[in-house]
Design a binder for this molecule. Structure first.
Ligand SMILES: Nc1ncnc2c1ncn2[C@@H]1O[C@H](COP(=O)(O)OP(=O)(O)OP(=O)(O)O)[C@@H](O)[C@H]1O
Ligand SMILES: [Mg+2]
Length: 247
C-alpha cells in the first residue's frame, strides 16, 4: 500500500534556467528509515531536500507524503511544514531570542499550544540535546556545536514526523562535530525518521539504514550502507568514496 511510505519521490526533476539540477529522481522513505544522501558538491543534494521541504518547487515529477502529492491543490502545506522539520548547516536560530524562546516560538505560533505546554516541550528536548543549562543564553553566546544542538531541539519541539538535515556539521569546528553527530545518532537509535545530507562518511555508514549517492543530479547508486560503502558497484561511487579514504 502506497501510504505505508512516508515519502515517495517519483521522477522528480528540478531545473534552474537551463541548468538541470535534479533529473528523474526516484526513492522512498519509510517510517524509521535513516536515509543519508551523499555526493559531491553541486550534485543536487540541497536542492533535493529543499524540494521535499517545499522551499523549491519541483519542475516535474512528484513528491508523495503518505500517498499525497505535496504540491497538489488540496494538500495542506502548512500542516505538512509542521510535520517535516529541517536543520540547516547555518543553524538559522533567531538571534534576538533566547535558547528557550527559539524552541518555543514555533510551538506557540504554528502548533497553537499554550506557553506552558510550549515551555514543557522545549525543555524536554533541550534536556535531550544537553542544552538545558543554556535556556537563557542568546545564540551569539553559544559555540557552533551548541547552536546546532539548540536547532535540533527546536525542530524536535515541533514533534515532527521526519527531520531533514542539510550538512548539519559542515559549519562546525572539528572538535564540535562529534557532539552534534552524537545527538543525531541517539535519534536514529530511537527510530526517528530522518533524511541527512552529510559529508561525514563514517557517520553515514554507522547511522543510516539507506544510503543514496548522488552525482550530477541523478541517483547514481543507492542501497544499504554495506552496499554503498563496502560493495559500491558504480565507478563514480568508488571514485567518490576513495577521495574520502585518502583524505
Ligand atoms: N536557486 C538556485 N538558482 C540557480 N541555481 C541553483 C539554485 N540552487 C542551486 N542551484 C544550482 O544547483 C546545483 C546543485 O546545487 P545544490 O546546492 O543542490 O548542490 P549540493 O549537492 O547541495 O552541493 P554542496 O555539497 O556544495 O552543498 C548547483 O549547480 C547550483 O549552482
Ligand atoms: Mg548543499
Amino acid at each position: 500500500m502506497a501510504d505505508n511510505h512516508v515519502f515517495e519521490i517519483k521522477h522528480l526533476s528540478k531545473t534552474f534556467g537551463t541548468n538541470a539540477v535534479l533529473k528523474d529522481i526516484d526513492f522512498r522513505v519509510d517510517t524509521g528509515d535513516v536515509t543519508c544522501i551523499i555526493g559531491a558538491s553541486g550534485s543536487g543534494k540541497s536542492t533535493l531536500l529543499r524540494c521535499i521541504n517545499l522551499l523549491e518547487t519541483p519542475t516535474s515529477g512528484e513528491i508523495l507524503y503518505h500517498g499525497n502529492g505535496i504540491t497538489g491543490k488540496n494538500f495542506n502545506q502548512s500542516a505538512y511544514r509542521a510535520k517535516v522539520g529541517m536543520v540547516f548547516q547555518s543553524f538559522n536560530l533567531f538571534s534576538n531570542m533566547t535558547v528557550l524562546e527559539n524552541c518555543m516560538v514555533g510551538v506557540v505560533k504554528v502548533l497553537k499550544k499554550s506557553k506552558e505546554e510550549a515551555k514543557e516541550l522545549a525543555m524536554k528536548y533541550l534536556e535531550k540535546v544537553g542544552m538545558a543549562p543554556y535556556v537563557n543564553a542568546k545564540p551569539r553566546q553559544l559555540s557552533g556545536g551548541q547552536k546546532q544542538r539548540v536547532a535540533i531541539a527546536r525542530a524536535l519541539a515541533m514533534q515532527p514526523e521526519v527531520i531533514l538535515f542539510d550538512e548539519p556539521t559542515s559549519a562546525l569546528d572539528p572538535q564540535m562535530v562529534g557532539e552534534v553527530l552524537a545527538v543525531i545518532r541517539t535519534l536514529a537509535e530511537e527510530g526517528f525518521t530522518m533524511i541527512i545530507v552529510t559529508h561525514e562518511m563514517a557517520f553515514a555508514r554507522d547511522v543510516s539504514s539507506h544510503v543514496v549517492f548522488m552525482a550530477d543530479g541523478v541517483i547514481c547508486e543507492e542501497g544499504t550502507p554495506q552496499d554503498i560503502f563496502e560493495n559500491p558497484k558504480e565507478y563514480k561511487t568508488k571514485d567518490f568514496l576513495s577521495r574520502f579514504r585518502n583524505s
